[in-house]
Design a protein around this ligand. Structure first.
Ligand code: RP5
Length: 177
C-alpha cells in the first residue's frame, strides 16, 4: 500500500535523503572531492559522500549504481584519478546524470588520462566531465540540474552568481584606486 510519506514529493524541498551522491575511487581523492561537499552544504543540498572503488570494491560500485535512483538520488558526482573507471562504470549502472571529476593523481600526465577516460564514453552512456580537480564546479552543475525543479535552489544559484560578480566588481574598483 502506498502511504503519504512514500509518495513522490511535489518539490525537492521536503526531502532529507541525499539528492546528490559524491563518490570517489580512493581516500587519496578526498582532498579534492571535499570541495563538492562543502559547496553543496553551503547551497543547502542534501548529499552524501563516500568511497566506491571500481577496482577494490567492484560489487559496491554495482550496488551503488543500481540503487541510487531508488534511494531518491538525482545526480551522482564521481571523482577518479589514474585509471578513472568509476564515473563511466556508474553511468553504466544508472540512468541518473553522472558528473565526472578527473583527479590529478600521481601520474606522469597529471590527470589528463582521467579526463580522456571520462570524455570518451560510448554513445548513449555519457559522463558530464568537469575540469581536472573541478569538484566545486561539479557541485554547481549538480545544483543547476536540481534547480530545474526547485525554486529555492534556483534562487540560491542566482545569489551565488551575484556574489561572484560582486567579487569581480570589487577588484575592478580596487584597481581603479
Ligand atoms: C583511482 O586511483 C582513484 O580514484 C585514485 O585517484 C587513484 C589512486 O588511488 P590510490 O592508489 O591513492 O588509492 O582509482
Amino acid at each position: 500500500m502506498t502511504t503519504a510519506s512514500a509518495a513522490a514529493p511535489a518539490t525537492d524541498d521536503y526531502r532529507d535523503t541525499p539528492l546528490v551522491g559524491i563518490v570517489m575511487g580512493s581516500q587519496s581523492d578526498l582532498t579534492v572531492m571535499r570541495a563538492a561537499a562543502e559547496l553543496l552544504r553551503q547551497f543547502g543540498v542534501p548529499h552524501e559522500i563516500t568511497l566506491v572503488s571500481p577496482h577494490r570494491t567492484p560489487y559496491r560500485l554495482i550496488e551503488y549504481g543500481e540503487t541510487a535512483r531508488k534511494r531518491g538520488m538525482r545526480v551522482i558526482i564521481a571523482g577518479g584519478g589514474g585509471a578513472a573507471h568509476l564515473p563511466g562504470m556508474l553511468a553504466a549502472f544508472t540512468t541518473l546524470p553522472v558528473i565526472g571529476v578527473p583527479i590529478n593523481s600521481a601520474t606522469s600526465v597529471h590527470g589528463l588520462d582521467s579526463v580522456l577516460s571520462m570524455l570518451q564514453m560510448p554513445a548513449g552512456v555519457p559522463v558530464a566531465t568537469v575540469a581536472i580537480d573541478g569538484a566545486a564546479n561539479a557541485a554547481v552543475l549538480a545544483t543547476q540540474m536540481l534547480a530545474l525543479s526547485n525554486a529555492r535552489l534556483a534562487d540560491v544559484l542566482e545569489k551565488y552568481r551575484t556574489a561572484l560578480k560582486d567579487k569581480v566588481m570589487r577588484t575592478i574598483e580596487e584597481l581603479r584606486k
